[in-house]
Design a protein around this ligand. Structure first.
Ligand SMILES: Cc1ncc(COP(=O)(O)O)c(C=O)c1O
Length: 494
């Protein structure tokens, strides 16, 4: 840590050059006392920090309400994992309510000793069946499950080889296992090959994600699997963000790329498209039998609440019979990305429903975050350590997670053009401000172009709206016009 950080930060101003990476080592003898510089930096950045831990005042639907600056504010929700809109589906809630009435609130025990119910067993079987695997086991946390699985499988003499954009749950799991940890460049088969060669002679596990949670790009599975197979290394995939929402049947990125048979162990969470909480791992019975004893976050932690298990079972059933939910999610995502890119907004490598809005400058990112919330758009700031590096250097961004809106399509949302303008205006300002020596990563933007695009956008929508009514929407060829679900008279509004 630089000596500057052991001193008091004199000016009470947020120092945007610093991130959490700068405060890992403190100056105090007592572990309960955080570094003084950190506390001051946090205090000086209090306004920036109010973007974190926002309070939702309603369900995590596409349109929701948050508490912003002490007042309820209606926002378009681009922060949520509720990709398929299952969090508030009446059938899911009914299933949870019925289970709550029958089983009570909690599982009241570890699955190994007393927390397993018939519902848990049923879900294990359903997950294994759904993914065409021998067995599955459930965790009460997505993070804990990934951590427990990796740390349970690997021994001190093994090597974990992770993509350098891997989620912290996977990295922490590898560290906890005390195995050697190596990394390869994001999605780079040559770099994976080099890492595997470096660690030759040891048991190796290659760890990848289906869709990367910060960049929103897919793993390059074909190339990476070829390399892993050539070294006889096993592969573990975390499909947290891809499960249910991608692949012809919702079985994730491995299904999408037709490589399921080449990946023996699949991990997923119930917190993303399932819209609940928890995680699961699925694969050979023999492996899971071992893990039931060695994954500490399984054996030594309370089982999922039965109401959650019942809700997840119902979610799985719904997604099985409504593949159109996925189609709508992808139509919304593609539509949103196309329009962002058309007005010069950098969405990085994203090809999915997770899209970074790359800002690149920390102070601007926080300003943009506040401005967008003011204007009714709810996006999440992503800073170190969630975003460690981008093209060789740290680049902060906002993350937008697209989801389906059940009663109103994204492309008809009256706030969206306004939101795009907000993003565009602020990015332009960043360019104007760029005197810092760092070249801005932001694309060119002009106000004239904004208003031109906005009027085009409005015309396009008017024409499109007049072209057909609701009934004919299903046949519409306009890319963003995905099928509607009928508006339910008493259903939740978005
Ligand atoms: C790839 C990946 N794995 C694991 C997790 C942890 O899941 P959870 O939020 O359910 O704890 C996340 C969370 O975002 C993730 O992105």
């Amino acid at each position: 840590m630089s000596s500057k950080l052991n001193r008091q930060i004199s000016e009470q101003e947020f120092d945007a050059k610093l991130s959490l990476a700068d405060f890992v080592v403190g100056d105090s003898d007592d572990p309960l006392v955080p570094p003084l510089a950190f506390t001051q930096w946090r205090q000086a950045g209090a306004w920036e920090a109010t973007l974190y831990e926002p309070e939702l005042l309603a369900a995590a639907n596409a349109r929701t309400t948050i508490n912003y600056e002490g007042r309820p504010r209606s926002v378009i929700n681009l922060c949520s994992y509720n990709y398929l809109g299952l969090a508030n589906r009446p059938e899911v809630i009914t299933a949870a309510r019925d289970a709550l009435a029958k089983y009570g609130l909690g599982a009241c025990g570890s699955p190994l000793l007393s927390g397993m119910t018939d519902l848990h067993r049923q879900l294990e079987r359903r997950v294994a069946e759904f993914l065409g695997r021998e067995d599955a086991m459930l965790f009460n946390s997505g993070f804990g499950g990934a951590l427990g699985t990796i740390s349970g499988l690997l021994r001190k003499t093994d090597v974990a080889i992770l993509d350098n954009r891997s989620h912290l749950s996977l990295r922490d799991g590898a560290v906890l296992s005390r195995s050697r940890v190596d990394r390869f460049e994001h999605n780079d088969p040559a770099s994976l090959d080099a890492a595997l060669r470096r660690r030759k002679g040891r048991r190796q596990l290659v760890i990848v994600e289906g869709i990367y949670s910060m960049d929103g790009d897919f793993a390059s599975l074909d190339g990476l699997l070829d390399v892993a197979e050539s070294h006889k290394a096993s592969v573990f995939i975390d499909e947290a963000h891809s499960m249910l929402a991608c692949g012809a049947n919702g079985r994730g990125a491995a299904e999408h790329f037709g490589v399921e048979k080449r990946i023996p162990l699949v991990y997923g969470t119930f917190s993303k498209a399932f819209a609940a909480v928890g995680g699961f791992v699925t694969g050979p019975t023999e492996t899971l039998d071992y893990l039931r004893y060695y994954a500490h976050s399984y054996a030594y932690s309370c089982a999922l609440p039965p109401a959650i298990v019942a809700a997840v079972l119902r979610a799985l059933e719904i997604v099985g019979r409504e593949p159109e939910l996925r189609d709508r999610l992808w139509a919304n995502a593609n539509y949103f990305r196309e329009h962002l890119n058309a007005i010069g907004i950098d969405t990085g490598a994203s090809t999915t429903y997770i899209m970074p809005l790359v800002v690149g400058d920390r102070a601007q990112m926080y300003r943009l975050g506040h401005e967008l919330r003011h204007r009714g758009l709810f996006v999440a700031p992503v800073d170190y350590p969630a975003d460690r590096s981008h093209a060789g250097r740290r680049v902060v961004h906002h993350r937008s997670n697209i989801q389906i809106a059940r009663t109103r399509r994204l492309d008809r949302h009256p706030l969206l053009p306004q939101a795009w303008i907000s993003i565009g205006e602020l990015l332009r300002e960043t360019e104007d401000d760029a005197g810092s020596g760092e070249p801005p990563r932001l694309s060119l933007w002009s106000c004239r172009r904004t208003s031109l695009l906005l009027s085009q956008f409005k015309r396009e929508h008017r024409r499109h709206g007049a072209a057909h009514g609701r009934k004919r929407a299903r046949q519409c060829r306009w890319p963003a016009c995905a099928p509607h679900e009928p508006e339910k008279p008493n259903g939740p509004r978005h």
